[in-house]
Design a protein around this ligand. Sequence first.
Ligand code: SIN
Length: 288
Amino acid sequence: MPTFEEPIVLNTQPLHPGFGLEVMDLDLSSPDSDNAIDALVDELDKHSLILLRNQKLSNERHVEISRRFGPLMTHVLKQFLTTGLPEIYVLSNVSENGKPIGNHKEGWNWHSDLSYVAEPSMGSLLYAVEVPPEGADTLFASMHLAYEGLPADMQNRIRNLRATHSYAGYYGKAFADRAPLTEEQKARTPDVIQPVVRTHPTTGRLSLYVGQDIVKCINDLPETESEALLAELNAHAIKDEFVFRHRWQQGDLILWDNRCTMHCATPYDDNKYRRVMHRTTVAGSRPF
Ligand code: SIN
C-alpha cells in the first residue's frame, strides 16, 4: 500500500494587507521542520516576505535552511564573513580584538540585495542574533504593489527602460570614510544593466526594480530626465502603503524575495547598543 504524507499546514497571519506572512509555531532548528521548509519556499513566492520568531539557529542550520531556497552567494566584502561559514554575511557594529565582526551601516538605503550583479540574489534570510531595544527596525517595500500602484501611463513609459546599477557608486556613498574597494573587489562588481520593471520568474507578476544610491541612472535618457524619473520612482516605491516596518526581536528570522521587494535598515544608538545580524543570500537568475 503506498503511503501518502499529510500536507503541511502552516499556522500563519498576514503582516501587511498586501504582502508578508508570519509563520508561527515552526521551530526551524528541529529536523522535523524539514518538510515545512518546502512549504515556506512556496509561500515566499506568494507573499514576498516571511517572518518566523523565536528561532534558535546554529550557523550551520541557518546555512542548511537557506540552501533549500537555492545555491548561496558569498559577499564581496570578505572581511565580514567572520563566522567560519563564508555563506554568512555579518552586519554589526561590534568589534572583537580590535576588528569589526560585521559590516556596520550596511543597507541603510532602499535596495534589493545584490541588484548590482548580473544575476542578483533571489532572496535573503536575515537572522537576528543580537538586537538593540530601540531603533534598527528594517523597512520592507513590496515592489509588486509599487508597480501596480503606478498610473497606467507611467507603467507604459517605464515598461522597457533599463537602468545601470553600480556597487562602486553605492560603496563610495555609503562608506566614504573607509578604504576604497580593492582592485579585486572592483573586478567582481562591474556596473550592470537591469530592467526597470522585472517579471517574477515563478509567478509572472511585474515589479518595479529601482533603488537608492545603487541605481546610478536610467539608460538612454538625458541626465536630468534620468535623475528626475529615478527620484520619482524611488519616492513612489516607498510610499507608506507599500511598506512593512519590522521591529526586530532576538531570534527573528526574515526571508524576503529580492525579486519583488526592497528593504532599508534604519539607524540606532550604536554607541550604546550592540546589533549582530547574520544574512545568507540565495543566488538568483538574470532579471527580465
Ligand atoms: C540588509 O540590507 O540586508 C540588512 C538589513 C538590516 O540590517 O536590517
